[in-house]
Structures are given as C-alpha cells and as structure tokens.
Design a protein around this ligand. Structure first.
Ligand code: NAD
Length: 519
C-alpha cells in the first residue's frame, strides 16, 4: 500500500533548462509522458468545441489581441529567448513584425473563406457548388531549438485561425520559451485548453503524433522520417519542414562589397543555426580571392557575445552543444581534402559556453561534407566555378532543396537563374529573409521536407476541405435507367461545354435539346 502511495506521489521526471552561453540553470518543467500527452489532447478537444463556436469574428478578435501582446511584451520576449537560446536580443525583437503579419494574413484568410467558396457547377446546370474549409480538430506541433519563439508562435496561427486547438512540443532545449508562448496566447484571451504545451524528448513527440489530427514537424530529416513513419500508423496528415544545404551563387557582375556583407548576414544570422542559411558559396574563379578577402575583413569585425548583458553582440554561443561535433568534423574533412581555412575553424570556450567563430574557407570541392551535408553554423565555404550553368548544376547537386540565393546586378538574370534552382525559396541579392516575408510559402524539396508552412498555403494544412453540391430536379436526366438517347445526351453535353469550336458547341446544343425532353 505504502509503496503504491509513494509511486503515485513520485514527482514526474523534469526537463532542465540552461543558458547556453554559460551553462547556468534557468529552470525546469515536468516531462509529459504518453498519458499526459493523451490528457492534454483530450483537453484540447474539449477546448476546440468552444473555440470553433466563437466563429471567425470571435477568434479573429482574440488573435488580433495577440498582436498587441507581442508588441507590449517584446522586451520580455527578447530577454527570455536570448537567455534560453543564446541569440542576441535584437533578433527575436526583429521577428515580432513577421509574427504580427502572420496573424493579419491568416485572420484575413479565415474571414474570406468563412462562408465557403463558390465554384462552377460545370455541366450540372442549375446546381450550386461550394467548397467549405473546416477545422480538423487538434493540430500538433513538434519543433526544433533554433527558432523556438518565432516558429512556436508562427506555425500555430493558421491552425488557430482555422478553428483548431493546438498542442505543441517545443524542443527539449527550450521548455521555458514554450511556456512563455502559452502564456502569451492566454494573455491575448485564448480560452483554456485551446493552446497547450507538452514537454520532453522524442518519446513525448511520438506520443503527440498518435493523438492529434494533423502534425506540423520542423526539425532534421532523420527525425522527419520517423515522424512520417509514426503518422502513417494513424494516417495522420503531416507537413515536414526539414534541413537544408542552401547554395549562394555569385555572378560575374555582382557588386562584391554588397555581396560580401550579404553573404556574411546569410551565414551568420542566429550564429548560422538557420535551416535556410547559406551553407555553400559558388563564385567565378577570379572573384574567389577578392570575395574571400572582403568576407574575412567583415567577419573580423563581428562581435561574439552572450546573453548576460555584457554589451551588444552579433553572434551568440552554439545553442545546442552536440552541434560542435558536426562543425569540427566538417572543418577537418574540408581541410583534409584540400580546403584552405581563411578564418575561424576553432571553438572558443568561455564561461561554460561554446562559441564558434565565423569560418571562411576557399579551395572547396563537392567531395567535401560541407558541400553535401547541413553544417548548421556560421560557415562560408567558397568554391570556384567556370560559369552560371556550372553554378546551377552544383547548386542542384544536393539531396536537399530548401533555399538558395543569387547575387547579381542583373535582376532579370538572377530571377531566371532562380527558376532553374531546385529549392522551395530562392532570393536574389539577399538570403534567409524570405522566411520573414510571411505572405510567401516556405518549405523544401527532396530531404528538405513535404508541404509548405507560411503563406496562405499554410492555412490549408489545418482544414478539412468539404465540397457541398445542391442539385435541381432536372438532374434526374443524368440518372439511371439509361434510356434511349442517353448516349447522344452525354456526347452533346461534352460538346456544349468542351467543344473545340463554335460549330462543335452548336452541334452539342442540338444533341442536348433533342434528347433532354425524352428523359
Ligand atoms: P531534431 O530533428 O533533432 O528535433 C526536432 C524535434 O523533434 C524536437 O522537438 C525533438 O524533441 C523531436 N523529436 C525527436 N525525436 C522524435 C521522434 N522520434 N518523434 C517525434 N519527435 C521527435 O531537430 P533539431 O536539432 O531540434 O533542429 C535542427 C534541425 O531543424 C535542422 O536540420 C534544421 O535545418 C531544421 N529546421 C528546419 C526548418 C524549416 O523550416 N525547414 C526550420 C528550423 C529548423
């Protein structure tokens, strides 16, 4: 008896949270086991009924209030995100705008689709055809550590706007940011149960897949495969946003000063821990040297710091310590295969944090891991190419297809090249930031993912599409039994609606008029 009591009173295992810049403990949360996840989703199902009943206007009023909450609490958000994630506080501050725009976009889409969309009844003359978009129920989110706040808020917006309840499992690296997100939604007035967090490692994520009606997963391709496999057991729809190995192509005519700063921003933002960050650079052979020199001069000026309030900085620590192994392995592999290390390449250990400096390499080739696999850090490996065509061929020589960029003074040529690169998003004269242009879909080809988050397309991930057709009595002309003349009627209808010329259409009308009254 006593033993049973002790077991039931046992505190659940906890997930501890640490500041990656100094390894100081920030707090802890209980880990959710499979039963906790089941209970959270059951609460969400109950909450969803009331959320859906609020109607589009009621839900939009609350989601609109969230914009105000994000603006009012921006400094607090920046502090919490910076301390648990390591990035400079200005970066989460800069993401408030895209989040507010996401709310505007999806509340607008929900309003526009509220009464369904009328479509042509084609040859069902006199019928009404309408498409309705209804909530699926409970949407689950399993998210990574690199943008825990931005992704944690942004991806739930279309699901909520569509009338779903949501349950999120943040990365094990940032449970406190997850808790803060739940509090922000509560602050805006989202009713109890509609937005919930469950915490833990892979097992918690797997349990969530079993319970919900749709899964949005953001993370590595390896885990993405497991998620899809697990979801196949319940035939739960999934959208997968996975890794990348984005190419930057520098054209002959590029403005080298502008391009060098752009490439540094595209690789060093969030210390390079960005799914669509630049991972490999291709430049005409004679530009490699001047470009590398400019890049090294720029990265030397960047400040590497931490969240403890000691001044402003550009790059934070490595957020997730196991990444160091990949950085060191990819650097060693490149140098061993002939690359020249021009800057960085060695970790700095300060106050318990790991700081990886921007790392510039030349003499790259496609045998190197860095040009084939995701490094996910502040790396600028430059490879010489002979032509635009070769650059495109190499950019497309990848199992990934998330993003890419083209750097040129000729916007038309840049856009034409963008069309030839196999990637979900391509930028001309910029990188990474199309992820903040929330009207654009975001997602990848190949091992970079399945489906799209962001843009209006994201809304359709979280809805059941329902077709409603209402027919007049005359529709019985198209029913059994197939009386004499039905074949002429069928041919006639096809010619009326799909005839290749006016003569064929008129002959169709004659067939229909001749046979219709016989039915
Ligand atoms: P990860 O795949 O290791 O983990 C992602 C999430 O999945 C975590 O919450 C983790 O706990 C959970 N998880 C682990 N095993 C699971 C399982 N078996 N079932 C269910 N959930 C499980 O990824 P990470 O290291 O946190 O994030 C980095 C990766 O995310 C990089 O590859 C990066 O490119 C990618 N990413 C992609 C995008 C995008 O939009 N394409 C955005 C950000 C990050």
């Amino acid at each position: 008896m006593l033993q049973q009591f002790e077991e039931s009173q046992e505190a659940p295992p906890v997930l501890e949270s640490f500041d990656p810049s100094n390894c100081k403990k920030l707090g802890e949360v209980p880990i959710s086991n499979a039963a906790d996840v089941k209970a959270a989703v059951a609460r969400a199902r109950e909450g969803q009924i009331g959320w859906a009943a609020l109607g589009v206007d009621g839900r939009n009023r609350i989601l609109d209030r969230l914009r105000g909450v994000l603006i009012d609490r921006a400094s607090e958000i920046a502090r919490v995100v910076s301390s648990e994630n390591g990035k400079p506080p200005v970066e989460p501050l800069g993401l408030t705008g895209p989040l507010c725009e996401t709310i505007k976009l999806h509340t607008g889409v929900a309003k526009r689709l509220e009464s369904g969309v009328r479509v042509s009844p084609t040859f069902f003359v006199g019928s009404k055809a309408r498409v309705y978009y209804e909530p699926l129920g409970v949407a689950g989110f399993i998210l990574p550590w690199n943008f825990p706040f931005e992704l944690g808020v942004k991806h739930m917006i279309p699901a909520l706007a569509a009338g779903n309840a949501v349950v999120q499992k943040p990365s094990e690296a940032n449970p406190l940011i997850g808790e803060m997100i739940a509090d922000l939604f509560a602050d805006a007035g989202v009713p109890d149960g509609v937005v919930q967090m469950v915490h833990g490692y892979g097992e918690t994520g797997a349990a969530l897949i079993d319970e919900v009606d749709v899964i949005c997963f953001v993370g590595s391709p390896q885990t993405g495969r497991r998620v899809m496999e697990r979801a196949s057991k319940t035939l739960t729809p999934v959208v997968l946003e996975l890794g990348g190995n984005d190419a930057a192509i520098v054209r002959e005519d590029a403005d080298l000063d502008f391009t060098a700063i752009g490439l540094v921003n595209g690789t060093c933002y969030n210390s390079g821990q960005v799914c669509n960050g630049i991972e490999r650079i291709y430049a005409p052979a004679h530009l490699v040297e001047p470009l590398a020199k400019k890049i090294v001069a720029i990265v030397k000026e960047l400040r590497q710091g931490d969240s403890s309030g000691r001044g402003e900085y550009d790059l934070g620590p490595i957020t997730w310590a196991p990444q160091l192994e990949i950085y060191e392995a990819h650097t060693a592999d490149a140098v061993e295969k002939g690359a020249e290390l021009r800057h960085g390449g060695v970790v700095e250990r300060k106050d318990g944090g790991l700081f990886w400096p921007p790392t510039v390499l030349t003499g790259m080739n496609h045998e190197m891991l860095m040009m084939q696999e995701e490094t996910f850090g502040p790396f600028l490996p430059i490879m010489a190419v002979e032509s635009d065509d070769e650059a495109i061929r190499l950019a497309n020589d990848s199992k990934y297809g998330l993003g890419a960029s083209v750097w040129t003074r000729d916007e038309g040529a840049g856009e034409a090249m963008a069309r030839r690169i196999r990637a979900g998003s391509v930028m001309v004269n910029n990188a990474v930031q199309s992820g903040g242009c929330v009207t654009l879909p975001f997602g990848g080809e190949g091992e970079s993912g399945v489906g799209r988050v962001q843009g209006e397309q994201a809304f359709y991930t979280y809805v059941a599409t329902k077709s409603v057709m209402t027919c007049p009595k005359s529709v019985e002309n198209l029913w059994m039994p197939y009386e004499k003349g039905f074949d002429t009627l069928a041919k006639g209808l096809t010619k009326v609606f799909s005839g290749r010329n006016i003569g064929e259409r008129i002959s169709g009308v004659v067939d229909v008029v001749r046979t219709w009254p016989h039915r």
